[in-house]
Design a binder for this molecule. Structure first.
Ligand code: HEM
Ligand SMILES: *[C@@H]1O[C@H](CO)[C@@H](O)[C@H](O)[C@H]1NC(C)=O
Length: 365
């Protein structure tokens, strides 16, 4: 190849990458930089969120609740019902909290909505971010505190909500998989994306489902965004739970662990069981799929052509501690406890953590 054509090729490559890489300009604060000047105003809000909502940057109960809130706001959106089917990720769950927090599927969100409202007004956020922006921003910042999580995107510019979302759009743990998959399809998500979004239950506990299990985590590591949720959900019940199961709950063999009926069914449904299993011992695959599905969820019902990509304000998440980099069976469990649901591929080979069988403690609130 003559030298001339090499020069042309490399010039083309440079031009393309320059177009793809947006240049960051310094912010007036002299500390940060941003690809769009409007993003600069978010840095102090992010700091305020970390200090006042998340205890200085923990993956704590408020982070879990804030992530749940991103979903319960956004899923108020229906393709089939048109504009009257909710505004999606528009902050209506905060702006119209008197209405939406009465919906039974929104039980347990009162405290976090109040805390976020206060945080929004105290951090100078009013006028900079709408309630819809704030909910997604807090969720993305919060998730970044959980080791193993992907760095979620954040787009700025959701208008104020104009109406509450209708009731019955948020899925319930008592719903069948048919009902849940249809509800998600009506919001624009396929079944693989449903499974990906459920990685959120890796950093979760229950507050209201069973009054005698307040704080019960969904997996043994609720402070880590890891794949344990996908393993533990498939373990066969041993029937030693001490409390009566509530409607929407099924038995977990791990004492103190919450297992909701819908997760248990989705893990075993032939439409989703292989995607479910594919996340086990594949942290990168799970985190990536979750990040992509969350990017969609966070802008449901919004016109993204009018929004500004401020993803650079989201902190870089910590990676998982090395001792948690592989999926494991909790102490006392092995492959014999797995209720194999995916028929296409065998269950991954995992080792068992040493030590006695112990109950999992509740998440401190
Ligand atoms: C199939 C659809 C889903 C159902 C039926 C469902 C149901 C539930 C239930 C029943 C709880 C416990 C509530 C309580 O007792 O306090 C819960 C907690 C939670 N959910 Fe979901 N969920 C679904 C999907 C999602 C999605 C898509 C996300 C986020 C992307 C999410 C994030 C969370 C989080 C983070 C918690 C824990 C909240 C905390 O620790 O306070 N869920 N979910
Ligand atoms: C949106 O609502 C907030 C109160 O939540 C208000 O301060 C703000 O002015 C409203 N913005 C617009 C553009 O109406």
């Amino acid at each position: 190849m003559p030298l001339g054509s090499l020069v042309v090729i490399s010039a083309l490559v440079c031009a393309t990458s320059a177009a793809l890489t947006r240049r960051a300009v310094p912010c007036p604060d002299g500390v940060h930089s941003a690809t769009h000047p409007a993003c600069c105003a978010l840095y102090p809000i992010v700091d305020h969120i970390q200090q006042n909502l998340f205890d200085g940057g923990e993956c704590d109960d408020e982070v879990h609740e804030s992530l749940r809130l991103t979903f319960h706001d956004a899923i108020g959106f229906s393709l089939s019902q048109g504009p009257s089917g909710g505004g999606g990720a528009d902050g209506s769950i905060m702006s119209f909290s008197d209405t939406e927090l009465q919906f039974s599927a929104n039980g347990g969100l009162d405290d976090i909505v109040k805390m976020q409202e206060q945080c929004l007004s105290e951090c100078g956020g009013n006028g900079v971010v709408s309630p819809g922006d704030f909910i997604q921003l807090a969720g993305a910042v919060g998730v970044s505190n959980c080791p193993g999580a992907p760095r979620l995107k954040f787009l700025l510019g959701r208008p104020n909500a104009t109406a509450p979302a209708p009731d019955k759009l948020v899925p319930a743990p008592t719903d069948s998989t048919d009902v849940i998959f249809a509800r998600f399809a009506d919001a624009g998500f396929n079944t693989d994306e449903v499974v990906a979004l459920l990685a959120s239950h890796s950093i979760a506990s229950s507050k209201v489902l069973n009054p005698s299990m307040v704080g019960a985590p969904f997996d043994t590591t609720p402070e880590l965004f890891d794949t344990q949720f996908f393993v533990e959900e498939l373990l066969r019940p041993r029937g030693f739970h001490g409390t009566e199961l509530q409607s929407g709950q099924t038995d977990s063999p791990i004492e103190g662990e919450m297992r909701i009926m819908s997760d248990s069914l989705i893990a075993r449904d032939s439409r989703t069981s292989c995607t479910w299993q594919s996340f086990i011992n594949n942290q990168a695959r799970m985190a990536d799929a979750f990040g992509q599905a969350m990017a969609k969820l966070a802008v449901l019902g919004q016109d993204t052509s009018k929004m500004i990509d401020c993803s650079e304000v989201i902190p870089q998440p910590k990676s998982l501690p090395v001792e948690h980099s592989q999926s494991v069976f909790p102490p006392g469990f092995s492959n014999a406890d797995v209720e194999q649901a995916c028929s296409a591929t065998p269950f991954p080979k995992l080792s068992t953590l040493p030590g006695p069988v112990t109950p999992v403690p509740p998440v401190p609130s």
